[in-house]
Design a protein around this ligand. Structure first.
Ligand code: DOR
Ligand code: ZN
Length: 438
């Protein structure tokens, strides 16, 4: 009997954990079943001769706003945006309206995502002062990627700012906690000075380097005291990166595409469309982020896809809503960074697939290896394409990267052997499944 597979990716440059190799990949029942020379073997075939095969890319930091305002974003539209941008899996943040902080809400979300999610999805559960002692139970609920704690206030009502409450949270459970790390006391102390408003760049002056650094040092000290791993989200300063490079025993690091791509000139060019938390900063910090990419300090690169209405973004600062869309654009922009020689495709796969899978313990994700989920992002490094606002499918309808030309583009997104996006078309029905975590 001749061997056959459900799907064969033929002759692509596969970004394997141990290097980039030209190989065929065979898929059976949604899993990687063979890697090597599959000439003569039968199966539905995708010719990948001019493509790189990345492990299905994971965006571990998206705010899909569901429940919330469907005119801005929904779980359906946000996961469709993900597929178009080459993202196979997203982890969805809990600062919705209302926030996701209980078993009942998680159960609702699991049911709601079935038949609506276009890509695979995991959920954060929000840490709040009302559920601190429940976190050990909540973090092991099915499909929960992590507890998210806002130690500094941002969009929504989630906030755990004091050491006593933070320590209580850390002592409840054992998996890494993902933190928004800006020191709330310093944020509030400095706020009155900026209430008169002014140019958008004041956002970075108010939420300054010290806010981020003090916040991160406090969290790491508590993490050491309690032995509870800390995953510091969207690290935005040179000072934190240097500090966290010495804390690998207890802390892991996420950096955002924005902090690798934008500097404070963006405030003059984009106004409210440059406002996010933590803020976009000057070039010194962007350079430090690339150094941290090169020396291995960065574990995860995420988008912090955080849609707001155009009206909310147009409000004069400091009332401007903070947050930028990004799930659809993060991979094209990272591929452009690869083309510019700032990182290799292997390092990209490390921070956008293997890294998130490792930090959050996602089962079967993040790696091109036998037995793993057949999640693939096929990219053409020869494609040059300009990001256009009309391409954005999130209902809010804008991107801070409109007009940005990218060398390198995602051509297909495959989830568990199902071709879910190809040549800019989303195919079939929403087939995303819930991710399981260790
Ligand atoms: O800019 C941000 N927007 N930072 C956050 O921490 C939250 C996010 C949002 O949900 O809008
Ligand atoms: Zn976020």
């Amino acid at each position: 009997m001749t061997k056959s597979y459900d799907l064969i990716l033929r002759n692509g440059q596969a970004v394997l954990p141990w290097g980039v190799e030209r190989t065929d990949i065979g898929v059976t029942a949604g899993r990687i079943a063979a890697m090597g020379d599959l000439r003569g073997v039968e199966g539905e075939t995708i010719d990948c001769a001019h493509l790189h095969i990345l492990p299905g890319i994971i965006d571990a930091h998206v705010h899909l706003r569901d429940p919330g305002d469907p005119a801005v974003e929904t779980l359906e539209s946000g996961t469709r945006a993900a597929l178009l941008g080459g993202i196979a899996t997203v982890f969805d943040m809990p600062n919705t309206t209302p926030s996701i902080t209980s078993s009942e809400q998680l159960e609702w979300k699991r049911g709601y995502a079935q038949g609506r999610a276009w890509c695979d999805i995991g959920f954060y559960v929000g840490g709040a002062k009302s559920n601190l002692d429940d976190l050990a139970r909540l973090e092991i609920e099915p499909n929960v990627c992590a507890v998210k704690i806002f130690a500094g206030s941002s969009t929504g009502d989630l906030l755990v700012e004091d050491d006593v409450s933070l320590e209580r949270a850390m002592r409840s459970g054992r998996r890494p906690i993902a933190y928004h790390s800006e020191d709330e006391y310093r944020l509030q102390a400095r706020k009155p000075a900026y209430e008169g408003g002014g140019p958008h760049r004041l956002h970075a002056e108010w939420r300054d380097v010290e806010c981020a650094l003090i916040g991160t040092k406090r969290l790491v000290a508590l993490a050491r005291k309690t032995g509870r791993p800390a995953h510091i989200l969207h690290v935005s300063t040179a000072e934190e990166l240097e500090f966290l490079g010495q804390c690998r025993d207890i802390a892991s690091v996420e950096v955002l595409l924005n902090h690798l791509t934008q500097t404070d000139e963006a405030y003059d060019r984009l106004g409210g469309m440059a406002v996010m938390n933590p803020p976009i900063r000057d070039a010194r910090h962007m350079e430090a982020a690339w150094e941290a990419m090169a020396n291995g300090t960065i574990d995860v690169v995420g988008s912090d896809h955080a849609p707001h209405s155009r009206a909310a973004k147009a409000r004069p600062w400091p009332a401007t809503a903070a947050g930028l869309t990004g799930v659809q654009t993060i991979l094209p922009l990272m591929l452009d960074h690869v083309s510019a020689g700032r990182l290799s495709l292997s390092r990209l796969a490390d921070v956008m697939a293997a890294g998130p899978a490792r930090i959050y313990g996602a089962v079967g994700k993040g790696r091109l290896a036998l037995g793993y989920d057949a999640d693939f992002t096929l990219v053409d490094m020869g494609q040059r394409r300009v990001i256009e606002e009309s391409w954005i499918v999130s209902p809010c309808g804008w991107t801070p990267f409109a007009g940005h030309a990218c060398q390198g583009w995602p051509m297909a997104t495959i989830i568990r052997g199902h071709v879910a996006m190809r040549d800019d078309q989303v195919l079939g029905a929403p087939a995303g499944r819930l991710v399981t975590f260790r």
